[in-house]
Write a protein that binds this ligand. Sequence first.
Ligand code: PGA
Length: 254
Amino acid sequence: MKSLIVANWKMNPPNLEAAKRLVRVIKKGLRGIAGIEIVFCPPFIFLSDIKNELKKSGIQLGAQNLFWAEKGAYTGEISVSMIKSLGCSYVIIGHSERRQILGETDEIVNLKLRQTLKRGLNCVLCIGETLEEKQEDKMTEVITHQLQSNLKDVSLFSLPRISIAYEPIWAIGSGTPPANPNEIMTAGLLVRKILANLYSASAAQKMRILYGGSVVGSNATLYIKESGMNGLLVGGASLNATEFINIIKTVSSI
Ligand code: PGA
């Protein structure tokens, strides 16, 4: 299975010019790289321009969020059709920052996921435990609950459109020591086991499980090679062209 590398720009960079510059430098640095699926997820407001920048690059476009209804009186929200019409083939759902800062519940994440699948878009479903939950040995419980509730009423048939990003919240952002690859391997196996219980072993085997949390060029290989993850969700390092190019190059050489 092809590795999937998703760049989650979050609420960055500060303006369109900087966003375009970033894409241009990365595009140039990645010329000739093949065998990896790359997705850029800029803020909504830059999607249209970034789509133009990505023409003929082979890099796909994704959104960082969406709303679960198709249209109507939902001030400030964006539908799947809207992001699709801007050229997105992916959307990130249930990022921990949305869960923690914006109060997204498991039920909301499930509504968004089902709407995305209904409209035929690929998604990256983010799950992961907090530091407190980890210290209380609740990781298995938390992840099981997230997967069960987030995938409620999602059919086996839709699974090929879903990648799961395991992002332990304690490892996101800089400052914390990066997660140990062994720990991530255990978590990845656990996610696959839960998926096998919810669906089937063969369906679970075919799903891509990504790792996210302080990924940089120097640790990217570890998470793919040693932890056996099928891709990476990259935040901070995706805003640094040199670092991001380095991540892609090291993964493509595995
Ligand atoms: P980070 O973010 O790479 O900056 O830790 C990852 C994420 O939040 O998706």
